[in-house]
Design a protein around this ligand. Structure first.
Ligand code: AQP
Length: 327
């Protein structure tokens, strides 16, 4: 049976980018494959977090996983800091990746520019080694992610192959899987950059956003120069991004959307997409609020998931230690 593994970092309120690029797709693999979903809170602290918010967001994310249909009876849900093998394997893997490889990571280069020297932490630079450990601990075959994470998965593949070449078959070499639409949702006020939960609020829609605010943000979203609803990523990046969001929330194809809005203008399209997203999110928010209110259940789901994960992870780590001569 294949293993599918993915996660969501509790570094801010989840955006519709996280939803369309990642979490929406995860429940589909349940039952068909072994599915493992985790909350990478050790990744979150690579940029400064408020401790109270971090704890709250970790539980929020468990509740969001359940809201979108991840079933704890079919999938393992774990919290990274509670399964210490992640950090331990990351330390070992640090020694199978070079400074040059890490320095080439686009996400590091992009965020390094924004963070400035004071905000640039060693943990942030080292993030991909921890991510490799997360994935390799569970013999993951597939890692469904948004496009921004593909380069990290390529690096994970290189680390796994390198380790296997030195010590013999140890790790499964994983494959990154990106969705057909929604793999890279862009900022609403700048279609050249990815929508990110840690960016300023006007650039994104969070999953907990009110209807009023969603409608306003879509109304204000930047558009391209002509007034035609047509998908053309190179020449019309802003409207193409909105079409992808529309498609992700309705499952209508790009062609169907273009046809429906062939003789309509941007204002109508933006008003419709606002209504669609607001309606879907209000349904999800209702479910989320119910699930989130029962914290005891969330903790017991995490406990069960962590203990299943620990069992798998400790077996893998034992093999790695034996092969590398670590007592
Ligand atoms: N804009 C996006 N479009 C499509 N997919 C996206 N993902 C993130 N942004 C988009 C995917 O969501 C999953 C969880 O990502 P993450 O929270 O672990 O980290 P991230 O990729 O760094 O997401 P953010 O929102 O940009 O977080 P911050 O601002 O804290 O760094 C991943 O599969 C990711 O590809």
């Amino acid at each position: 049976m294949k293993t599918v593994f993915s996660g969501l970092k509790p570094s801010g309120d989840m955006t519709i980018g996280n939803y369309l690029g990642a979490m929406k797709h995860w429940p589909k693999d349940q039952g068909k494959h072994r599915t493992i979903f985790f909350i990478p809170n050790l990744h979150a602290i690579t940029t400064r977090q408020d401790p109270i918010q971090l704890k709250k967001r970790t539980l929020d994310l468990v509740a969001w996983l359940l809201t979108v249909g991840v079933d704890p009876d079919q999938s393992i849900i774990l919290v990274q800091s509670m399964v210490p093998q992640h950090a331990e394997l990351a330390w070992i893997l640090n020694n199978y990746v070079t400074m040059g490889e890490m320095s080439r990571m686009t996400q590091y280069k992009d965020k390094a520019k924004k963070a400035g020297p004071e905000g640039l932490l060693v943990g942030f630079f080292d993030y991909p080694a921890l991510m490799a450990a997360d994935i390799l601990l569970y013999d993951s075959n597939e890692v469904p992610v948004g496009e921004d994470q593909i380069q990290h998965i390529e690096l994970t593949r290189d680390i796994a192959k390198r380790f296997n070449t030195i010590y013999g078959d140890t790790f499964v070499v994983p494959k990154g899987v990106i969705p057909d639409t929604g793999a890279r949702i862009m900022s609403l006020d700048n279609p050249k950059i990815k929508m990110s939960k840690s960016d300023h609020p006007d650039s994104s829609i969070s999953l907990t956003e009110s209807t009023d605010s969603i409608l306003k943000k879509f109304k204000r979203a930047v558009t391209d120069s002509d007034n035609k609803i047509a998908y053309d990523k190179a020449n019309k990046p802003a409207i193409s991004n909105l079409i992808e969001i529309y498609s992700g929330f309705t499952d209508a194809s790009v062609a169907e959307i273009e046809k429906k809005y062939a003789d309509k203008n941007y204002a109508i399209f933006k008003s419709d997409i606002g209504e669609i997203v607001a309606h879907k999110l209000s349904l999800l928010q209702n479910d989320f609020n119910n699930i989130r209110s029962d914290e005891a259940s969330l903790y017991s789901i995490i406990d069960v998931g962590n203990s299943k994960a620990s069992q798998i992870a400790s077996e893998k780590l034992k093999i790695v230690k034996e092969k590398t001569g670590l007592l």
